[in-house]
Design a protein around this ligand. Structure first.
Ligand code: SME
Length: 156
């Protein structure tokens, strides 16, 4: 990661923290964070939050920035989001066309990253980002987004 990239991530983390610390309803703050990431990082073309429905072992679409998606409920295990839910770990797919367990939201998407969000040690949601660029998410993005997910913990 270059010094400039690191500075850009750090400045965005500050802005995420500011949004998290404001007073609107949690869903509004989550939506603001999604918009912030989508508007300020190249290739972050769809940014959304899925929330965990523990009674059904499903993910439910929450706030997002980007085009509407048909995937509003996703069972654990299905697609990239469902894989992250089962493994409770970050999943990065550099080329979604090569992934067999994948739910397509748009024919333009080429790569994706999904990160779990934990609240008080329990799996409570996910941050999902789609890119129209292949292999858009590297180690720097992953570390940055893991810090974002820690900050979102109080809002899911
Ligand atoms: N591509 C995801 C589905 C959600 S959309 O990206 C918004 C998946 O395979 O789980």
């Amino acid at each position: 990661m270059t010094t400039e990239e690191k500075a850009a991530f750090n400045s965005l983390l500050e802005r995420v923290r500011e949004i998290c610390d404001t007073s609107p309803a949690p869903a509004e703050r989550l939506e603001s964070v999604c918009e912030l990431l989508k508007e300020n990082l190249p290739g972050y073309d769809w940014v959304g939050i899925y929330l965990v429905d523990e009674s059904k072992n499903e993910l439910v679409l929450g706030p997002f920035a980007g085009e509407p998606t048909e995937h509003v409920r996703i069972p654990f295990g299905r697609g990239i989001c469902g894989q992250a839910a089962e493994s409770l770990s970050t999943v990065v797919v550099d080329d979604v066309t090569k992934e067999t367990n994948y739910l397509s939201c748009s024919a333009d998407v080429r790569s994706e990253i999904v990160l779990p969000i934990f609240k008080d040690g329990r799996f409570a949601g996910e941050l999902d980002i789609d890119s129209h660029r292949p292999a858009n998410f590297d180690k720097g993005d992953r570390e940055f987004l893991e810090s974002v997910c820690e900050m979102l913990s109080g809002l899911v």
